[in-house]
Design a protein around this ligand. Sequence first.
Ligand code: SF4
Length: 386
Amino acid sequence: LPEDDNSLLFAAHYRIDQRNVSEMLADSTKTSMVQCAPAVRSSIAEEFGLAPGTLTPGQLAAALRRLGFDFVYDTIFAADVTIMEESSELLQRLESGENLPMFTSCCPGWVRYMETAWPDLLSHLSSCKSPQQMAGALFKTYGAEIAGKSPEQIASVAVMPCTAKKYEAGRPEMQASGTPDVDAVLTVTELADMLKKKGIRLENLPEEDFDVPLGLYSGAGVIFGASGGVMEAALRTAIAVTTGNEVSESGVNFSKAAEGVFRASVDVAGRTVRAVIVSGLAHAAKLLEDVRAGKADFDFMEVMCCTGGCVAGGGQPKLLPHVDVVDAISRRRQSLHNLDKQLSVRVSHKNPSVTALYENYLEKQLGHRSHNLLHTSYGDDAGSHE
Ligand code: SF4
């Protein structure tokens, strides 16, 4: 750890989250469930000396099991659920014409920026919680039912590429299960440190599967970890359900419109949807000014705070001075797109565990149970516990 004074505060947080997770794992009254974000599997190998972009989903699942988690689930399953809800919400808004353009809501830094700097535009944000929070709510309800436990008996841990996800998990409204839906968040570096202290060498482990049902995922959910992935995943499902044409890729080519801004048009539900991807928060302001002035020339916008998306998040492995940062981030991103192409199911609505979730528990998209567990509202005081 660095030795300057500011690092002491950082070090304290670092150790508190690790200690909390260790205590949960040692508590015999708790059943532990862990999720890991898409971008974690494209970077954690770097902490064990492997090259940026080395993909290790199977070893990551094995490592989490060795650490002691009872259920090794996956945020990507919840990313698929997010697409089910968010694409339905987009279609509903396109039909009604209300609260357009719609903004994605899976990046907590972006959501907090909207709450503090653009509160008059909050109605444009999708009401969908992020995949982390959807997963947490489902672990402690549907997952608890499957495990024969109550929400209070579940310890819910998330492994994220992001320090803002710690803040998001602590928001007071994120308790749909009656307890905090996510009890603790570890960054990639924190998890790697815990594994090393236990002598668990990720690179030497066999590949194992994530547990079902809440660890089964599609390629569409995988690409959430890179900028543009949420948009691509949402369009794949929106096009398929409105045209009947099953697509594994939206077939949309985004072109650069400005620094950090990419645009495309696609036909959905008999109309042209103008889509915008913003990579890096600094590039969002001009578009938001257009929305405020009633001059927005787009219908759906994805914004991720970090340039490149979660593959470049603040909780990712620190790149060594001799490493080309742009190249390393690009390799992490490419590895997620490669994983998407390797999977037999590449659209969220075809994930059999997602289909079963709706048939057995949620009943329908945007339904009563979905509303209670998977959606939220925003406001200036929503983060007032800070
Ligand atoms: Fe976190 Fe950055 Fe991903 Fe946003 S883009 S969720 S801030 S890692």
